[in-house]
Design a protein around this ligand. Structure first.
Ligand SMILES: [Zn+2]
Ligand SMILES: [Zn+2]
Length: 431
């Protein structure tokens, strides 16, 4: 049975999230998207925990839950993200971690232990005043079933390998608890190809999830893991991750890394970027307008830690497939500015989206499997062309930088180079 899982999301109790991040909405949109398993997000937050207890019911004793009384729909795995702040070599390190729990009771126990080190009430993703190693130690005290892995591993801020407040190795981060780390979340701005360049990461399972702040299918499941499982249970999923089992983990679904908000360097406030690695190095990572430091791109950071040339595939590496949210492709095919949420949530785009879902099946089926002829029949040749380009990784994207998402350039792969909108034409001057 093919299972698509988005193992890291947030609830409405995390900062900068949609007020619609509630269980019913998540279940509804997960169905449209084709997600079978969803993290609950924010399981340490006391109010969200109450909502989870009320809104979810256990499916047997499998460590997965579903919406109470629903009888179907996506399954939930108890999950949170936390931030640790600690000092190493006189430098402050700020790192995000994902934690999966076998049940709500374990999460409640974890909340009990962690409440001494941070304010769990203030944000769904709490900031803890402890070392990552101590975090692992505490979670193992709760249960050996907990799975901890670094979140969006390369983003400049708040990540294990982040250019600004990260470290260079898993061991520097988790110290004597490193043997409890089995996976790394690659984040939107990096893909497996980039991670494969760092041989030290070969032993880890590269995971992808959306870290979504909104329930809409252009955010939820934007990245995900495709499993092949006989039975969907917490133990089965965690065991497949721990063993990096390519029979049970078919592939990850990844947005092209240039689409992520930190792929290349730049300085958003001055409108400077995206700047490719070689050019950013020549510039000494200084903004030519204000003289401040540029926010270093993820590609640059990978380059610093890489010990293999681009294109190398280590043995045992898991497969991946590039995907782009269907609503964004629809918006691009209509010539709309897909980076605007108003456009993505417009009646026009939703009508087209629901038309496709109603005639062909859920979004992942349309993106991954549906025949291009059928897509063209329902939505016209432009969308079918975009999906074909996406499937072979040929969509051209102007890379993201310093918090600005990358921009899809329509038709680049098929000879048409029209860009739907270009906010600041003068940026190219710095390239
Ligand atoms: Zn995070
Ligand atoms: Zn600047």
């Amino acid at each position: 049975m093919r299972i698509i899982a988005d193992l890291q999301i947030h609830s409405k109790y995390s900062g900068a999230t949609s007020s619609r991040m509630v269980l019913e909405e998540l279940s509804y949109y997960a169905r449209l998207k084709g997600l079978d398993v969803l993290g609950t997000g924010d399981a340490l937050h006391p109010i969200w925990m109450e909502e989870l207890k009320r809104g979810l019911e256990k499916v047997d004793e499998k460590g997965v839950y579903r919406l109470r009384g629903s009888g179907g729909g996506p399954l939930f795995i108890v999950q949170t993200e936390v931030a640790t702040i600690h000092e190493l070599d006189k430098k402050t390190r700020r790192i995000h971690h994902v934690i999966l729990f076998r049940d709500l009771e374990a999460a409640a126990q974890a909340a009990d232990l962690l409440s001494k080190y941070g304010d769990l009430r203030s944000d769904g993703r709490p900031i803890l005043d402890i070392t990552p190693a101590f975090l692992v130690e505490l979670m193992m005290e709760v249960s050996q079933d907990c799975l901890i892995f670094p979140a969006h591993a390369w983003t400049p801020w708040w990540s294990i390998f982040g250019a600004i407040s990260g470290v260079d190795t898993v061991e520097e981060c988790y110290e004597d608890k490193s043997d409890k780390i089995y996976a790394i979340e690659t984040g939107l701005s990096s893909d497996p190809l980039m991670n494969w360049r760092v041989s030290r990461l070969d032993r880890y399972t590269l995971l992808s999830s959306s870290d979504s702040h909104s329930p809409y299918p252009y955010r939820l499941g934007r990245e995900a893991v495709v499993f092949e499982l006989e039975d969907v249970s917490y133990d089965e999923i965690v065991d497949a991750i721990k063993k990096k089992d390519s029979k049970r983990i078919i592939m990850t679904l990844e947005v092209p890394p240039s689409y992520g908000k930190y792929h290349w360097s730049g300085h958003r406030r001055c409108g400077v970027g995206p700047i490719p690695p070689a050019r950013a190095r020549e510039m000494g990572y200084r903004c030519p307008i204000c003289g401040r430091r540029l926010t270093k791109g993820v590609e640059d950071r990978v380059e610093e830690l890489a010990d293999r040339p681009p294109g190398a595939r280590p043995p045992g590496a898991l497969d991946f497939q590039y995907v782009i949210p269907l609503q964004e492709l629809i918006a691009v095919s209509m010539g709309l500015d897909y980076s605007s949420e108003t456009a993505l949530n417009s009646k026009k785009v939703w009508q087209q989206y629901m038309g496709l879902i109603n005639s062909l099946g859920n979004e992942f089926h349309i993106l991954l499997d549906a025949s291009l002829e059928k897509i063209a029949e329902v939505s016209g040749p432009r969308l079918a062309t975009l999906i074909a380009d996406m499937r072979r990784g040929a969509i051209k994207i102007r890379p993201g930088y310093d918090g600005v998402y990358g921009r899809i350039i329509f038709g680049s792969a098929s000879g048409n180079t029209r860009t739907p909108t270009q906010k600041r034409g003068s940026l190219e001057d710095f390239l």
